[in-house]
Design a protein around this ligand. Sequence first.
Ligand code: GLP
Length: 241
Amino acid sequence: MKIVKVSDYQEMSEWAGKQVIEKVKSVRQPILGLATGSTPEGLYRYLIEANKNHDVSFENVTTFNLDEYIGLDRDDPNSYHYFMKEKLFDQIDIDPNRTHLPNGVAADIEQECLDYEALIKKTGVIDLQILGLGVNGHIAFNEPGTSFTSRTQRTDLVEETIEANARFFENKADVPTQAITMGIETIMESKEIILLASGENKAEAVKRLVEGEVTEDFPASILQKHPHVTIVIDEAAASLL
Ligand code: GLP
């Protein structure tokens, strides 16, 4: 596990942006795994700028997002479909048909999970997976207690996650209680992973991720076992190391 300490959010975003661009340029048909949440927004802004300046093209890039809320339609402003369109896809030269997120309003959610997993397999192996970190150690929406051998599945969000994500919604009661999430094993199959964490509220989780035992009680701890993972943290997130 490689740890990169940077000074602040901006530097974290730039560092990750450069890695993504390098990957996109060095692989012929790159497959990126993408995340939502506040953490990768700066990275996405960096990619948009680079694309505008013709430093990189996303024409040959395929993306798979980690997760989606169950019950939110792609046009719902709180859905991850909407987030990705607004924060990245609509502002770069990517082919929308090559961008993938689980469908949170599928009639058969279990089938949707199987189909999403199958689509990733059929497309190839994710070259670079971007991850954020939940305060409780979740990655994607894999909450504490999730099996390390899990594949894409339906999951119940725990109270802490609902609280943390309520800031995006008008009322806490509007936050969906379930999501479709890539499994931990699915994530671990990526060739390379970059996890981003910024701010003091992530310091405890970062400490446990880097120094704690590998346990299903703290899903991100599995990353210690990945052969090619980089944790990019700013000073505040690194403050307890
Ligand atoms: C959300 C997402 C995760 C994300 C995490 C942290 O629940 N499902 O993929 O990494 O919470 O979010 P943030 O970056 O906003 O702190």
